[in-house]
Design a protein around this ligand. Structure first.
Ligand SMILES: Cc1cc2nc3c(=O)[nH]c(=O)nc-3n(C[C@H](O)[C@H](O)[C@H](O)COP(=O)(O)OP(=O)(O)OC[C@H]3O[C@@H](n4cnc5c(N)ncnc54)[C@H](O)[C@@H]3O)c2cc1C
Length: 320
């Protein structure tokens, strides 16, 4: 419908409080089919814990992600389970599988061996990280014979195989960085060492990501910087966790979850709605690729992808 200059669209409503309604974000029109997604999973735990991992994989793979990734526990705690999971995924799916690999708590030799095992199992994409300190410790200490930082790991991996390497980026600056500039220099070092893209730490304020992207581009970083999206269902837990990650939890989020401590079903609906809105706001700014921290909660990510116009392209990518 075309309007003459002086007409206002009947859709340009004004809310009861007199504010123009943000209709472009409020109407759940599916987006054009050009959104790319990737999914991050925790490795299966032993026993019954394997269920949520495989159920999440089965649910989300039909959405044809660019890749799926499996995390590496703090201090390398899940070494065997991560490696087993990526090998299994490589055997049973056609989707690209990325393995997270960290410097923490291991020698260069051990890390290189792990990377080689991944290659031998058909892997080629590594998400190279410094890693968080092991449980019970607040301070990161490089292993005496290890890679000290992620940039060293990226360079070391180059000697093992011709990996496609992703690294971490921090829209709100890594909490241990000396300054915003130092953190951006570090990102540049990781890319210069051979990484081809960055995936961001989760963030909730779209402006934080957009400002960071602008600073990175101004600093000459041309590689893709994929926003990491964390759907939040447990506000109290995320508030505690975000502090350590250098992510700010906005006040509005606390207000959204007010009164829902004992109402998990509503919290999930709110989580899907907030994450979908965040992605739609980013999409409106030209961002069409999203990495989801699924926390092995497939239904939530499936719903968000559905809102973003990402639909199953085939019944299943898991081989029979
Ligand atoms: C997408 C993504 C996936 C993740 N997956 C995992 C995972 O599977 N397992 C896990 O344990 N953690 C994971 N993390 C968390 C990550 O390990 C932590 O955020 C960690 O604290 C930093 O990792 P990094 O790779 O960014 O480190 P680095 O890039 O090495 O940077 C760490 C800090 O050191 C500073 N720094 C870098 N080089 C130097 C130097 N030479 N001298 C002084 N300071 C320096 C940086 O500015 C920064 O403050 C992930 C994070 C992201 C964003």
């Amino acid at each position: 419908m075309m309007l003459s200059k002086n007409e206002t669209s009947p859709l340009m409503n004004v809310t009861a409080r007199g504010r123009a309604a943000a209709l472009d974000l409020a109407i759940a029109t599916p987006l054009p089919q050009d959104v790319n997604v990737s999914f991050e999973f925790f490795p299966p735990t032993v026993g019954n814990g394997a269920g949520p991992f495989w159920a999440s994989v089965e649910r989300l793979l039909p959405l044809d992600p660019s890749f799926v990734s499996v995390t590496y526990g703090a201090g390398g705690a899940t070494h065997d389970r991560t490696l087993e999971a990526v090998k299994s995924l490589n055997r049973t799916t056609k989707t690209e599988v990325a393995m997270h690999l960290t410097c923490a708590g291991a020698s260069r030799e051990t890390i290189n061996q792990t990377a080689q095992e991944f290659v031998d199992a058909g892997g080629s994409h590594i998400i190279a990280l410094r890693g968080d300190p092991p449980k019970g410790s607040n301070r990161y200490e490089p292993h005496p014979k290890g890679y000290a930082y992620a940039a060293d790991l990226v360079a070391g991996l180059r000697d093992v195989a011709n990996f496609d390497i992703s690294v971490a980026a921090y829209p709100e600056t890594h909490p241990e960085a000396g300054s915003e500039e130092a953190d951006l220099d570090n990102l540049k070092r990781k890319l210069d060492a051979g990484a081809s893209r960055a995936i961001t730490q989760f963030f909730f304020d779209v402006e934080d990501y957009l400002r960071f992207l602008e600073r990175a581009r101004n600093a000459g970083i041309a590689a893709p910087i994929i926003p990491g999206i964390l759907p939040v269902t447990d506000f109290r837990r995320i508030s505690r966790f975000a502090d350590r990650c250098g992510a700010n939890v906005p006040k509005w989020m606390g207000e959204l979850f007010e009164g829902l401590n004992h109402d998990a079903a509503t919290r999930r609906l709110v989580a899907a709605s907030v994450a979908a809105e965040q992605c739609r706001a980013l999409y409106a700014q030209g961002i069409d690729t999203f990495h989801f921290y699924t926390l092995n909660q497939a239904d939530l990510c499936f719903a968000i992808c559905h809102i973003l116009g990402v639909r199953p392209s085939m019944p299943s990518r898991i081989a029979a």
